[in-house]
Each structure stands twice: as structure tokens, then as C-alpha cells.
Design a protein around this ligand. Structure first.
Ligand SMILES: C[S@@+](CC[C@H](N)C(=O)[O-])C[C@H]1O[C@@H](n2cnc3c(N)ncnc32)[C@H](O)[C@@H]1O
Length: 363
């Protein structure tokens, strides 16, 4: 969808300072994603990752607390972390958000190849998810759109004019049943069915008869199998509840993210730890809606901003390093010009819109 006007801001500076300013200005954020350095002592070209643990933890707690102040009542914070620090961070963030506002831990398959030099090949990372207010987030969050694979499970072997369907059980646990749910069901073939022991029919007899008249009950290929209810694809509402396991073939890997970045920014040094656009897109589609403000306080190579732009969210991305110019700004320019990698095809991205760059030191 082409867009006009500014929808995002990239801010060069220390997130702690910028977040304080955003709090003072009364900014309201719907969804924040952060991918801080994992403090695993790696030396990256673009940023430091070797702080004393206590300092690292104190910084993350301070940043997360500030982000919590910025969140709307329905808002959420999503934090990427690896195996080494995940459990410490979980305890720290429980203290910031309250255990009652912990939503889930997503496990992301970040690589698919085997690391043979290690004792275990580490193929996953985590994303910790917290709500400002659990119940309000629960009503606000979106299910995932139905996938083609899921839709393919609906078939139409009997050329039902209502289209593809899937059969689901016609009986349920008898625990809360009413007397009207126990009866002998007579199939069109004449075969008689009783609900299995300890179970009742899902429908009362009157409703079942009506469903049978409408051809909504399936008795197997021969017409004398156990009755089942036909659930039609066109009548299914909502979407899919996300799993906690996010596989590489659905949301990409670090390697696929690097490859995408190399395609967009062919002439700059590769950013070592980008996240794939598909991963961030899944987060934004669950936790935000078009027009909402999305925040990334460790912008890195600009993935969250790029995805937010393509998904019609407003956004603020904060980055300390010089790569805000060499990577983020150039990447976002390319996005505005209709860049076709990452999630572009999935969201029908054609280009458009604009963004602003600000240096917090001179703002
Ligand atoms: C792991 S990278 C983020 C990668 C990002 N998710 C992506 O997809 O490209 C972490 C980033 O946080 C930045 N950073 C570290 N401390 C910061 C701070 N105090 N304020 C702003 N950015 C910071 C680093 O310069 C680095 O670019």
C-alpha cells in the first residue's frame, strides 16, 4: 500500500536519554520490541557486547522500566535473548512488569544448520513477552491470519455448495450436558447412533435434525459412519492462536536476515546480528494494528523500522551507533522506494511514505 507523509522517526542516541524525553513528551507506545546486545563477549564490528553482567542487567532493567512507562494499557514489550541470559532476564523483567503480566516465552529457531564444534548446536533463541496489563493485552492482541497450509485441510469431497469443510466431533464430554443432549440419533441410512460412554451429543435433537436436513452432518463415505459436524472454511471466524515455537521456515533465520540485508545494502560491512523481517512482522501483527506506534530502542540495522513502515505502523527507532546512518537510514530509504525483500511480497509492499532522522545530541 503506497503511503504519503512521515510515519517514522529514527533517533541517534543513547536509548536511556531518548526514552526519558519520550516519557516527558507523553508518547504512547502500543508495541515495543528490543534486541539488546546479549553480552556474550563477542566482538562485533558495529557494537560492544562485553559489559560486566551487573551493569548489563541494570541497563536492561532501566530501559525496560522506561518502556513500560511509555506503553499504552494494551501495550506489550517483546525482548529477544539467548540461552545464556534468558533465565536471569526473565526474573529481572518479572520484577519490572509483575509476574501477572508475563505473557509467554517464544522459542525462535534462529538457525537450521548444525554447529558441530559446540557440545550442543544452539539453534534457538527466546523472545520474552510482557504486557503492561495482561487482561487488556489479551483483548487487544490479534490472532495470526489463517495460513494456506491450514486452509488446505478443508476439502470438499461431496461437492457441498457451502464450499470446503472439515469434520469435527459431534459429541462432547457429558459433564455439563443437559438431558436434551442424550438421544438416539438416526442417520439417513437408518443406522442408529448413541453418544459414546461418558459423552453427549453436541447439539440437542431438534438442532441436530435441522443440521442433518441442511446436510451439515457427515456420516462417513458410506453414509453409516459415526456422525461428525461439518465445519465450513467460509464460516470460520478469527484466526490462529500463535504457537510458542516459531520455526525458521515461517519466520526466517539470522542467516536469511543477513542475506536480505546484503541484498539491500550491498556495499556496507555486513551487520552480524540482524533479525529477519518475518520474525518482527509476526510480533507486530499480534501486538499492534495499522497506525499504532511501535518502538525499538536497540534498532541495530533497522529491521523493526523497516517492518513497521511496510506494515503501516508509526515507529520510533533508537540507535547509538554510527550505523544508524550507514544501515538504518539507507535501508529505510530503500523501503520508501519499494524495496522488495523481507516481508514486502507478503504485505504487498509497493513503496511510499517517509521518515525523519534526528540526532538526540542536537535535538
Ligand atoms: C543486537 S543489535 C540489534 C539488531 C536489530 N534487531 C536488527 O535486526 O538489526 C543491538 C543494537 O543495540 C545498539 N545499542 C546498544 N546499546 C544501546 C543504547 N544504549 N542505546 C541505543 N542503542 C544501543 C547497538 O549499537 C546495536 O546496534
Amino acid at each position: 500500500m503506497p503511503k504519503d507523509g512521515f510515519q517514522g522517526k529514527l533517533i541517534k542516541g543513547d536509548n536511556s536519554v531518548v526514552l526519558d524525553r519520550m516519557i516527558a513528551e507523553g508518547t504512547v507506545v502500543s508495541c515495543a520490541y528490543i534486541d539488546p546486545p546479549y553480552n556474550n563477549k563477542d566482538r562485533f564490528d558495529h557494537y560492544e557486547d562485553n559489559k560486566d553482567y551487573d551493569i548489563w542487567e541494570a541497563e536492561i532493567i532501566a530501559v525496560s522500566s522506561k518502556i513500560r512507562s511509555l506503553l499504552s494499557e494494551e501495550g506489550s514489550l517483546w525482548v529477544s535473548i539467548d540461552d545464556k541470559l534468558m533465565h536471569y532476564l526473565k526474573v529481572a523483567l518479572d520484577n519490572v512488569f509483575g509476574r501477572e503480566n508475563f505473557i509467554s516465552t517464544v522459542v525462535w529457531e534462529h538457525r537450521t544448520t548444525r554447529e558441530n564444534r559446540a557440545i550442543f548446536s544452539n539453534n534457538h533463541e527466546y523472545i520474552l513477552v510482557y504486557a503492561k496489563n495482561f487482561e487488556k493485552f489479551k483483548s487487544y492482541r490479534n490472532p495470526l491470519p489463517f495460513t494456506d497450509e491450514w486452509k488446505d485441510r478443508f476439502k470438499n469431497p461431496d461437492n457441498d455448495p457451502r464450499g470446503p469443510w472439515q469434520s469435527v466431533s459431534a459429541n462432547a464430554q457429558a459433564g455439563h450436558a443437559t438431558a436434551g443432549q442424550f438421544y438416539e440419533l438416526v442417520a439417513p441410512s437408518g443406522k442408529r447412533h448413541l453418544p459414546p460412554k461418558g459423552r453427549c451429543w453436541l447439539y440437542t435433537q431438534a438442532r441436530m435434525n435441522e443440521a442433518m436436513r441442511e446436510g451439515r452432518i457427515y456420516f462417513g463415505k458410506g453414509g453409516s459412519g459415526v456422525p461428525r459436524i461439518k465445519r465450513y472454511l467460509r464460516e470460520v471466524k478469527g484466526g490462529l492462536t500463535p504457537h510458542t515455537l516459531w520455526k525458521a521456515d515461517e519466520v526466517g533465520t539470522t542467516a536469511s536476515a543477513k542475506k536480505h540485508l546484503l541484498d539491500v545494502l550491498a556495499d556496507v560491512s555486513v551487520f552480524e546480528t540482524p533479525k529477519p523481517e518475518q520474525l518482527i512482522s509476526r510480533i507486530l501483527s499480534i501486538a499492534s494494528n495499522p497506525g499504532d506506534l511501535v518502538l525499538d530502542a536497540y534498532l541495530g540495522s533497522g529491521t523493526t523500522a523497516s517492518v513497521a513502515h511496510k506494515m503501516d505502523r508509526r515507529y520510533v527507532g533508537i540507535e547509538l551507533g554510527e550505523h544508524i546512518a550507514s544501515h538504518c537510514v539507507r535501508r529505510l530509504r530503500s523501503v520508501c522506494q519499494g524495496e522488495q525483500g523481507g516481508i514486502s511480497k507478503a504485505v504487498n509492499w509497493l513503496g511510499g511514505g517517509d521518515f525523519d532522522l534526528e540526532d538526540s545530541a542536537v535535538a
